[in-house]
Design a protein. Structure first.
Length: 382
């Protein structure tokens, strides 16, 4: 689903009832995204990475679809427990953990973890009868906007030495994982990483350390311009590379953004307006420190519109509510004249938005209203 805005949604009615700013989470979009990625990656178990939108409305929908989950923190463990997710459907993918984090996940019942270095490996000596590990390998990706390979993962040449060290410690390493970076422009890095891992899996087998799992991470992109984007076509080279993975290897992926980005729409209201430097400035009740935080942290320019305003468009400025001068979400956007109370809609705002919003200046994070446009049912404000 790449419609930027849910068709026929009565934004004014929603704000009248639930207040502004508001984020509308459409479970139908979550369902659609999950099903289309699953169809694009047959035979791959999808673990939704909670980080971009750790919200019960998403988790419930995916649980009903039979999805698995990728968690990384104690708070995410607690969300899984609250949603009564089977811990065997969860993997813990933070490469760096405190001992107390490991215990928290084990107490919940999640026993697959990720490591990428000897210090982390040694933390599992105490839990070697319960925990099974994935070794995260890094494949640097200068092409992506968010290159996760700088911060985590061992270089491919470290894989066999780390597997040997684990074996000597009696720790069960069951497979390899990687994350090529978020919102990748094409599948090239996934393919290169899969090919490299295919080789490493064969080498490990040849050395008598057979592995069972290859986890290809996240990174699957969405089209923020609202153009149609076919995930099946995007994944075709990935499917071809996975066809060469050694027989018997279980395949996992950790999609985050792809599942949640199209599922949430932001509604904010004009609090005030002023003429400055020949432009009309509109001050909204949500901004860079709130739902639009992804413009800063995630480098995304969300599609914005003022669907109820009429008249000639002019270059305008959209600013957030805080007293900080960087809190501007669009410094040159063509909009009809808006009045105080008019609504501005942001599309594709489900990933890395609410999740990274702050309450700077004590402006509360937007409430999330859960709807299901398949069932035309309003759920609850979280
Ligand atoms: C953030 C993250 C993901 C999700 O990445 P997307 O690009 O949103 O799909 C998956 N796995 C790990 C380990 C992550 O840190």
């Amino acid at each position: 689903m790449n419609s930027q805005f849910v068709p026929g949604m009565d934004y004014r009615g929603l704000v009248a009832e639930y207040g502004s700013p508001l984020l509308v989470l459409d479970q139908a979009a979550v369902r659609h995204q999950y099903r289309s990625l699953q169809a694009a990656l047959p035979g791959v178990t999808l673990h939704y990475a909670l980080k971009p939108l750790p919200h019960m409305g998403v988790v419930e929908t995916l649980k009903a679809e039979g999805a698995c989950f990728d968690l990384a923190t104690n708070g995410e463990v607690d969300l899984m427990r609250d949603a009564q997710i089977d811990p065997n459907d969860c993997i813990h993918t933070h490469p760096i953990k405190r001992d107390s984090d490991i215990r928290h996940a084990l107490e919940f019942g999640c026993n697959v973890f990720v490591f990428d270095n000897p210090v982390e490996l040694h933390k599992f000596v105490a839990y070697r009868h319960q925990a099974r590990l994935l070794l995260r390998v890094s494949f640097p990706n200068p092409e992506t906007k968010v290159d996760l390979s700088k911060k985590f993962g061992c270089t491919p040449d470290r894989v066999l030495p780390l597997l040997r060290e684990a074996q000597a410690l009696g720790i069960d390493v069951i497979g390899l994982s990687f994350h090529v970076g978020s919102q990748v422009p094409n599948a090239r890095r996934h393919v290169e990483a899969i090919e490299a891992c295919n080789g490493l899996l064969r080498q490990a087998e040849a050395e008598g350390m057979p592995l069972q799992v290859l986890d290809i991470g996240g990174g699957f992109p969405v089209d923020y311009s609202g153009a149609t984007f076919d995930i099946g076509t995007f994944c075709a080279p990935i499917r071809a590379a996975l066809a060469n993975t050694p027989e018997g290897i279980r395949l996992l992926a950790e999609p985050g953004r792809f599942i949640s980005a199209p599922a949430m729409t932001s509604i904010s209201s004009v609090m005030g307006k002023a003429e400055r430097f020949g432009r009309t400035w509109y001050y909204l009740d949500d901004g860079l420190y709130g739902s639009y935080s992804g413009q800063l942290f995630d480098h995304i320019d969300y599609p914005k519109s003022a669907p109820y305003a009429k008249g000639e468009r002019q270059a305008s400025v959209l600013a957030g509510p805080t007293c900080d001068s960087i809190d501007v979400i669009a410094d040159e956007i063509m909009l009809p004249e808006l009045d105080v109370g008019d609504l501005v809609i942001g599309g594709m705002m489900g990933a890395y938005t609410w999740a990274s919003a702050t309450e700077f200046n004590f402006f509360r994070r937007a409430n999330i209203l859960v709807i299901d446009s398949d069932a035309s049912a309003l759920k609850a404000v979280a």
